[in-house]
Design a protein around this ligand. Sequence first.
Ligand SMILES: [Zn+2]
Length: 216
Amino acid sequence: MTISDSYEQAAAELIRVGRRLWQQGFCPATSSNFSRRLDAGQCAITVSGRDKGLLQHTDIMRIDMNGLSLDGQTPSAETLLHTQLYRRDTSIGAVLHTHSVKAALVSMHVTGSVMIEGLELLKALKGIKTHQSTLEIPVFDNTQDIVALAQDVDRWMTQHGTGHAYLIKGHGLYSWGANISEALRHIEALEYLLDYYWHQNELRLNFLPTNTERRG
Ligand SMILES: [Zn+2]
């Protein structure tokens, strides 16, 4: 990604990514939001409340890195969660946020962080070279106070590093990458890993002996 990348290209990429994630059921109703850095001071982002499977050029807008509209349209209510990432790490070129069932389910049953290890698909995440790795995905409490949530996320990242992703309880998943392709690879891998994590725990519960069996 270079500073000369055009807004038109960014909009086309966000439209394409929206269609692909919507088709997989990760963006129900008008949920989710996607953005792509344009240069050091601005990014393209989805307009608030648009159907992510049917995005058009008019559903993409420009904001500055304080989350302020540069073209008069209204960005997603969660815009500051995107700009927090761009401001923290200049190597981040795209941010994707989904609202899948598995992200919501896992986040509601975990306190602290989700830890995933031993899976080949971990290697889809930047910098992970072997399945013998442990991925930590922090879980933050949901709130409508996005300023406070962005501060929580930023504080956590100062202590633990930026990482690859985070969950918001009962809400959804955020991931990012150097560009749209990498962010898409990350979010699809993470959705798979969360799906696996959920089913793995379901299996463990199902295979535990019942109280009656234990007594017998
Ligand atoms: Zn959301």
